[in-house]
Design a protein around this ligand. Structure first.
Ligand code: GLC
Length: 474
């Protein structure tokens, strides 16, 4: 026994002083994420059963926030919803096929949201699927379907846990960044606990995360719910280090710590942990700087968790142009679906995923594996992305949202003449005319896709993009 103890303490000591990850090692760890560019967010839990309604009345706010919006006491919320949750129509493989068909390379599903309900049968609580009429683990079949179809399985996990007696914030607050709501949240599971113990809470949090990492091997741990003052920068750093030792290949977003700039999602200071930024419901005007990974998470309607009332569905045009815009700035698009309590993705979501997939079947190479636009500003109505061509040269993709009346696309600032140009989906080479800094391509309305048309420009090396100096600058 002694020998093993010595061994385990040595390995602990060794891991405590594991050499810091080099930039090259981090780039290798982040590579699949940065090439993916497009993923599916899934918000699913007992709140999906409530569908935004309580006692027959709609509750304002997002579907997954219904306990807070309705100030539903933990015992009532748990008794009613845990007793009803029975997703008999759940078909994880169909979900993965729908995501893959849309061109999504990864899936992030809520393992546990703010209400604390777990979609797997955790050993650390019975506030989980094991105590519902459904009983079976919901994460494992999805992870297996992801593995089968080559889609990366990832999990969202809320730090804030309204059900846990040791969660330390008694009132909804924003860690000092906004007026504190002085009204104690008496509906929360910690309301009756005079002395919540955050060390005990953190041990529970780490224990559940170890279950997820060990049993489901997620590619990303997508944290949220870090904003209340119960969670500190010190705990964020500790949790990040703990998880990176648990699985060195794991990617962890910047909501594990306290450094995100609200909905902008930027990491405000190098001291804060997290491998990428997380803008929410918005697309930054530009990227976050060279080699800074980020991902905009957005809903398809207004809510993350299913709500019968929410029929504010975004159009296919908005969704596809969001994807293009985000990729042109070097980011990922994490697009949400909110399945019903019975386990079905709403048909309105499936229709949009199919439409995105139809566009991606022809134009996906202008999104997957690309990097940000080389143009400071594009002179056409659209965007641009960049890729390393198979022959080692450079490929510039020109995304057109509309065609000028004369059909002439002028590629301002492009100094190097493209070697060749084609419309994605059509093989006929396009004629290039004009001059340095104003090469042009003539298209007709018949060439155009109603949402976005893509021209691929080929260069043997690195093209020169240069904004000509103004007379004052000369
Ligand atoms: C917000 C919502 C939360 C949702 C998250 C997704 O934090 O409060 O419910 O899971 O956005 O980014």
């Amino acid at each position: 026994m002694k020998f093993i103890t010595i061994l385990s303490s040595l390995s602990l000591l060794a891991s405590a002083f594991a050499p810091a990850e080099t930039p090259e090692e981090k780039a290798g760890r982040m590579q699949w994420f940065n090439e993916a560019r497009f993923g599916m967010f899934i918000h699913w839990g007992v709140y999906s059963q409530a569908a935004g309604n309580w006692n027959g009345k709609p509750v304002p706010g997002a579907g997954e926030w219904i306990q807070s919006g309705g100030k539903i006491h933990a015992a009532e919320y748990r008794e009613i919803l845990q007793g009803q949750f029975n997703p008999v129509k759940y078909d994880p493989e169909a979900w993965v096929i729908a995501a893959k068909g849309a061109g999504m390379k990864y899936i992030v599903i809520t393992s546990k949201h703010h209400d604390g309900f777990c979609l797997w049968d955790s050993k650390l609580t019975d506030w989980d699927v094991g105590s519902t009429p459904y009983k079976k683990d919901l994460l494992k079949p999805l992870a297996e379907a992801c593995e089968k179809h080559g889609v990366k399985f990832c999990v969202y996990h809320s730090i804030m846990d309204w059900s846990h007696p040791d969660w330390g914030s008694k009132t909804p607050n924003n860690g000092g960044n906004a007026p504190v709501d002085a009204t104690p949240a008496l509906w929360r599971g910690n309301a009756a606990n005079p002395k919540p113990d955050m060390d005990r809470f953190t041990a529970y949090l780490k224990g559940q995360l170890k279950e997820l990492v060990d049993d489901y091997k997620p590619g990303i741990l997508w944290f949220d719910g870090e904003w209340e003052d119960a969670w500190t920068h010190e705990r964020g750093v500790d949790l990040y280090e703990y998880l990176r030792k648990l699985d060195p290949s794991l990617i962890i977003n910047n909501r594990v710590d306290k450094g995100r700039d609200g909905m902008k999602g930027r990491t405000t200071d190098e001291k804060f942990k997290g491998d990428y930024g997380t803008p929410e419901q918005e697309i930054p005007a530009t990227g976050f700087g060279e080699d800074v990974a980020w991902e905009s998470c957005m809903t398809m309607n207004e809510t993350w968790g299913f709500k019968t009332e929410d029929t504010q569905w975004k159009s296919n045009e908005v969704l596809i142009r969001n994807l293009i815009d985000i990729a042109s700035k070097g980011g990922n698009y994490l697009l949400n679906v909110g399945p019903t309590g019975e386990g079905e993705i709403p048909s309105a979501s499936l229709e949009r995923l199919a439409a995105i997939g139809d566009w991606m079947k022809v134009n996906g190479e202008s999104i997957h594996g690309t990097t940000a636009s080389l143009f400071p500003n594009v002179s056409w109505d659209g965007r641009s992305t960049t890729a390393v061509a198979d022959d080692g040269g450079t490929r510039i993709y020109v995304h057109l949202f509309s065609l000028p009346t004369d059909g002439k696309i002028i590629l301002t600032d492009l100094v190097t003449r493209p070697d060749g140009a084609t419309l994605l989906g059509k093989d006929t080479p396009l004629e290039i005319s004009g001059e340095e800094g104003a090469w042009s391509i003539q298209l007709s309305p018949a060439d155009m896709h109603p949402i976005a048309t893509v021209i691929a420009l080929n260069f043997p090396g690195n093209p020169i993009i240069q904004r000509p100096l103004t007379s004052q600058q000369k």
